[in-house]
Structures are given as structure tokens and as C-alpha cells.
Design a protein around this ligand. Structure first.
Ligand SMILES: C[S@@+](CC[C@H](N)C(=O)[O-])C[C@H]1O[C@@H](n2cnc3c(N)ncnc32)[C@H](O)[C@@H]1O
Length: 356
């Protein structure tokens, strides 16, 4: 039995230190030793645990790691792949991994250097997929493990698996969303990704229904508002700036020119979202106040992070939210993720939970 195990988490290049700090925090909490290889701007962190795979998988999950776009578990590592036939050793390595796979992805880090491999991968993948089909290693089931081939370069690959219930559903953890033609700003993609990345399917179905009410603080020009109105929700858009004609034309938007830190709704609403550029601690307090006091049931919000000590800024926001929510008498959930469409910010989700 192997008493060490390795995970690879993909991230936006430049955030490796933050991701490694998260691995270290999870391991410290569980008393599991280990160390990270986190090369600056590499776009991934490799963490070695002094624990077998099953134990390491209990210590760290995809949801725990805010800065991870994807989390995969290393099963085999191949270096010095022969240029003339990479397929044979890769298939032999995959054959040493038990079970069948729901999906197979050839991946690299999200760096310019790694992207130069993309034409090689396009040529290589059909051969691999055909061989896996012939070997009956693929199965048409959503809950079957994902198989990831994470290429460092064309001669070095990690063969990894992930549990679809505990992983990003997108190749390379990158949410490739189509920019809706009518949406007024690209930041619409951020909220679209947050709905998929931070909510369960049940939560999406119950909270994004036509007729429910949403408040958008810092709404102009209306990319986030558009995500709601395109699903038939009614939006109060709070911003001193102008809202775009495309969202106003839906007839589902009331534009209020006011300070988002002061304005309050007359009745409770399902959603409050906040994209105002402000101190993370100020946004955290505002969001906690809305959910704790029952002004809204759920909130999606952006925390703009400082260049350094990003992890600390999130922890400070988390503590402020914890402090306010713990005296609210409500059950609640708080999640954060550094989404593909986030740059120097993370997206948070805070909601009160109803029972029964
Ligand atoms: C990043 S933009 C929002 C973009 C918007 N989410 C979208 O998708 O189009 C931030 C907005 O917050 C607004 N804002 C900043 N501080 C505010 C405040 N105290 N009250 C209301 N709006 C504010 C700005 O006017 C700006 O329009």
C-alpha cells in the first residue's frame, strides 16, 4: 500500500501561492503532513500528502479550495514519453488504473507555454479515445470518474482521476460560456458562471424562477441584471450610473439611483447581488446584514482582493459574515470560488437555509 498520494489543482496563473496556502490550511486542520510544489505562474499546484489516497480525499475536496479551478488525483506519472509513440505507454498506465470512466480530458495548465500543446492534443486525443472505447474503459454514466491527462509538456503527463460530484464539470476547470448577444457587459458571464459553479441544480431551479425578485447593487450597465431578467425574474437595479437599453426594454427592471450601501427593499426578496467595487470587509458586512435580517434569502457577491494576502482578506470577510450570521438565529451556508471569469476577486454565495 502506498502511504503518500498526490493531487493537482489547476488555477489562474499567479494564484499558486494562494492555492498552496489553502492546501496547507486543510492539511493542518486534519493533522496530515505534506507539501506543495507551487511554481509561480505555472497555473497549477501539485500537493503531496503523507497519507494514502482515501485519507487525502477526505482532507481536501474541490469545494474546499477557493482558488482551485479543478482538483484531480494523480494515479500515474509518465516522463520521457517517446516522441514516436506516446499512446502505448499512456494506455499501459491507464490500464493500471481500475474502473471505467465517464469522460476523458486531455488538459494543460492555462498558460501560454502550455497552450502550445493544443494542436498536439487535438491530434492525439482521437487515437486515445478510440483505444479506450475498444478496451471498454468508457461508460455512459454521469457518476463515473473523470479521467484527466494533465500534460506538463508533450513528453510528461500525469494520469489523474476526479469524482464528478466533487470536481468542476468543465475541461481544465474553465467555464466556456457563450457571451449572450443581448447582454450589456461581459461581466454577465461572471454571474452566469457563479450560478453553475456555486449553486446545486436544485438551488438553481428553485431560486432562478420567473416572478421571483432580485436586487442588483452596483448594477450598471446591467450584465448581472440581464442574467435575472433573461430568466423572468423582476430586478431592482441600484446604481447612479445608466442602465443599458437592452435590459430596460425587458420591462422587468426598476432602476433606482441610490447608494447601494444605504438603499433597502420594502419587502424581502429572493436575491441580492453585489458587484460594487469596495473594500471586501465592507461588502461582507453588507451582504451578511441583508441575509441575517431576512432582506434577501440569498446573495451572490464579488470580493475584490488585495494583490497580497488574498487568503487573509477572504478569511477576514468570512469571519465578519460568521459573526453577523451566528446571531441571526438562521441556518446558513457560505461558499467562495475564484471563478474563471474572476481576476483579482473571488465570488461568494451566502444563503439562509430553510428546513422542511
Ligand atoms: C463593476 S461595475 C458593475 C457591473 C455590473 N455588475 C454589470 O454586470 O454590468 C460596478 C458598479 O457599481 C456602481 N457602484 C459603486 N459604488 C456604488 C454605490 N455605493 N452605490 C451604488 N452603485 C455603486 C458603479 O457605479 C458601477 O456601475
Amino acid at each position: 500500500m502506498d502511504f503518500t498520494s498526490r493531487a493537482i489543482a489547476y488555477c489562474r496563473p499567479g494564484f499558486e501561492k494562494d492555492l498552496a496556502a489553502e492546501f496547507a490550511a486543510r492539511c493542518a486542520k486534519s493533522g496530515v503532513a505534506g507539501h506543495s510544489l507551487a511554481t509561480p505562474d505555472s497555473g497549477f499546484v501539485l500537493h503531496e500528502f503523507d497519507a494514502p489516497l482515501e485519507e487525502a480525499q477526505r482532507v481536501v475536496s474541490y469545494d474546499h479550495l477557493i482558488f482551485a479551478r479543478q482538483l484531480v488525483w494523480v494515479r500515474e506519472s509518465l516522463e520521457d514519453l517517446p516522441e514516436k509513440d506516446r499512446l502505448t505507454p499512456i494506455l499501459a498506465a491507464i490500464n493500471r488504473v481500475h474502473g471505467r470512466f465517464g469522460r476523458v480530458w486531455a488538459e494543460t495548465a492555462d498558460t501560454n507555454e502550455a497552450k502550445t500543446l493544443s494542436s498536439f492534443l487535438k491530434r492525439f486525443m482521437p487515437h486515445l479515445e478510440r483505444a479506450l472505447h475498444e478496451g471498454r474503459r468508457l461508460v455512459d454514466r454521469n457518476d463515473a470518474p473523470n479521467l484527466h491527462l494533465f500534460f506538463i509538456d508533450s513528453s510528461h503527463v500525469f494520469i489523474c482521476t476526479s469524482d464528478p460530484a466533487n470536481a468542476s464539470p468543465w475541461p481544465m476547470g474553465i467555464a466556456r460560456l457563450r457571451m449572450p448577444r443581448e447582454a450589456p457587459s461581459r461581466s454577465t458571464l461572471k454571474l452566469a458562471e457563479a450560478f453553475f459553479g456555486l449553486l446545486s441544480e436544485d438551488e438553481r431551479n428553485s431560486s432562478l424562477r420567473a416572478g421571483l425578485r432580485a436586487v442588483d447593487l452596483g448594477a450598471a450597465p446591467g450584465g448581472w441584471t440581464w442574467q435575472f431578467v433573461s430568466r423572468g425574474l423582476l430586478v431592482t437595479a441600484v446604481d447612479n450610473g445608466p442602465m443599458s437599453e437592452s435590459v430596460r426594454a425587458t420591462g422587468l427592471v426598476e432602476h433606482v439611483r441610490a447608494d447601494g450601501f444605504v438603499w433597502k427593499p420594502s419587502k424581502p426578496v429572493e436575491w441580492m447581488v453585489c458587484d460594487m467595487v469596495e473594500q471586501p470587509s465592507r461588502v461582507a458586512q453588507l451582504v451578511a446584514e441583508w441575509v441575517a435580517s431576512g432582506r434577501c434569502r440569498r446573495s451572490m457577491f464579488n470580493l475584490k482582493l488585495p494583490m497580497k494576502k488574498r487568503h487573509d482578506a477572504i478569511e477576514q470577510a468570512r469571519n465578519l459574515i460568521y459573526k453577523r450570521m451566528s446571531v441571526s438565529g438562521r441556518d446558513w451556508t457560505l461558499r467562495f470560488k475564484h471563478l474563471y471569469h474572476d481576476r483579482e476577486e473571488v465570488t461568494g454565495y451566502l444563503a439562509s437555509i430553510k428546513h422542511g
